[in-house]
Design a protein around this ligand. Structure first.
Ligand SMILES: [Fe+2]
Ligand SMILES: [Fe+2]
Length: 477
């Protein structure tokens, strides 16, 4: 039974860290580097305290505590979901065998790589969001920003724990590197493209938490299936925290759309720029951008690496145990997106059949896409209920892609392939222009008074942990 973490310990944990002095010392020597990173690369807005959820356990009956915490005293802990002693490998060539308590030598490099890539995204998003506090539309939103940030910090701890505990000296070196790479840095950028983009305003933040954090949810979902049990249990618990990040994104966009339609209705105009709200076409462009860069995070349509990860049992599919097949996929096929070429060498957007194992990135991206459709449906319901005729939509999979089959071509949001020259001329119709971004940024005036909210966004329906919207979520310094 994992016990409630002892918060008098330097590093709260449910992994019996005190029983492994070497590991404890290694993590304790990494801790000041982490805190230094948080100080220099984390949230810039000074506060006295923030109403935060802190993970204290993993059990069913309450895993988190809520309370006002002074940021320097926030305790990042290490928590793994409870062990299932009878757990067996659910897929691949080792299907049915007991899960691994140690890292098998033959898969060491691959597992380390998977953990480093996941770990790299966690601090990256904190870096991307570090200046947003200064323009928060309400104390409620400010609190949510801090919550997302501290939990991404904890997710870094989660990956660093695995690196330290299971990967020896190389793991410790990788843990250091996770603090040295920085989002957008020219010398040592973060590993994945979307994590080097900036998050300069709150519309971007909500789109990021909706679309890009959701990529994280799907990656964690595949790692949760891993035969390496510690990785599986770590990711299972991280997914619990991610649910809040998704909520911030989903309801954040809800509230922006809500406010926009209110202004459209009350002023009887579609042109709400200048009236303090964000026009629907601008919301659509932000959606187009964040969705398309997030699609890139799933990698190419086909990948032999990912096929090997699956066969080896390192990384499964989303909801592996609900799939009705043999969980080995050695004789299955899948249609993946592709460019096809006709006899004259003319390329067109199409599909091609590949082995199911090689097409696993496509399988995961499709699960993600259908999840994303849920958000669009919800935002369109707000438009519909307001009696507004416009609708939001996900752009075509070939739109604005930098990775995979469509990286080399240009396509409209409707999926029509267009020449590069036309793309150059017209991309401002589909992606945020400098004018759009400047307008959105001009709305980002901080509202740091209790119970008040900026004019471009509607208040939330519910507060946090049963508290009202006008609760004193944050005390500024
Ligand atoms: Fe995370
Ligand atoms: Fe997240």
């Amino acid at each position: 039974m994992p016990s409630t973490a002892d918060y008098s310990e330097k590093i709260p944990n449910n992994v019996s860290l005190h029983e492994d002095r070497r590991l404890q010392r290694a993590l304790e020597s990494w801790q000041p580097n982490f805190l230094n990173w948080w100080q220099t690369m984390g949230p810039t807005l000074p506060t006295q305290d923030v109403y935060l959820r802190t993970a204290v356990n993993v059990g069913r009956d309450g895993w988190a505590q809520f309370g006002h915490v002074a940021m320097p005293e926030y305790r990042w802990g290490i928590f793994l979901a409870e062990r299932d002693p009878g757990r067996r490998i659910g897929f691949g060539e080792h299907k049915g065998e007991p899960v691994w308590d140690k890292v098998p030598g033959e898969y060491r490099a691959e597992l380390q790589r998977l953990i480093v890539i996941q770990g790299d995204t966690e601090p990256a998003s904190v870096e991307q969001q570090r200046n947003l506090g200064a323009t928060a539309p309400s104390l409620y939103d400010l609190r949510n920003l801090f919550q997302v940030n501290v939990e991404e910090g904890r997710h870094l701890w989660a990956m660093v724990y695995l690196l330290h505990a299971y990967f020896g000296r190389e793991g410790r070196e990788e843990a250091e590197e996770l603090l040295h790479r920085n989002s957008g840095s020219l010398d040592s950028p973060r590993i994945l493209g979307a994590f080097n983009e900036e998050t300069p305003d709150w519309l971007s933040f909500f789109m990021f938490t909706y679309f890009t954090d959701r990529d994280g949810k799907y990656q964690l979902g595949t790692l949760k299936e891993s035969a390496f049990d510690a990785l599986s249990r770590t990711c299972e618990f991280m997914l619990k925290e991610e649910a809040h990040h998704m909520m911030v994104g989903t309801t954040g966009v809800d509230r922006v759309v809500q406010r926009t339609v209110e202004v459209m209705r009350s002023r009887d105009t579609d042109d709400v720029a200048g009236l303090g709200a964000i026009p629907l076409p601008v919301i659509q462009k932000y959606l187009n951008f964040h969705y398309s860069v997030s699609l890139d995070l799933f990698g190419g349509e086909t990948s032999t690496n990912v096929a090997n990860y699956y066969t080896a049992g390192l990384k499964g599919r989303w909801m592996e145990d609900r799939r009705k097949d043999d969980h080995k996929l050695t004789s299955d096929a899948i249609m993946v997106d592709a460019l096809s070429e006709d006899a004259d060498g003319e390329q067109s957007i199409g599909q091609t059949e590949v082995s199911a194992l090689v097409g696993l990135n496509t399988d995961l991206r499709r699960e993600y896409i259908s999840d994303c459709q849920g958000g669009v449906k919800r935002w369109n319901r707000i438009l519909e209920e307001a009696g507004v005729k416009q609708r939001l939509k996900l752009p075509h999979i070939a739109f604005n892609r930098k990775v995979g089959a469509f990286a080399g071509i240009e396509a409209t949001p409707d999926g029509e392939k267009i020449p590069a020259g036309e793309w150059e001329r017209r991309q401002g119709e589909w992606l945020p222009t400098e004018v759009d971004k400047t307008y959105v940024r001009s709305l980002m005036q901080p509202v740091h008074q209790r119970g008040k909210i900026a004019a471009w966004i509607a208040p939330p329906r519910n507060g946090i942990n049963g508290q009202p919207f006008d609760y004193d979520y944050v005390h500024l310094a």
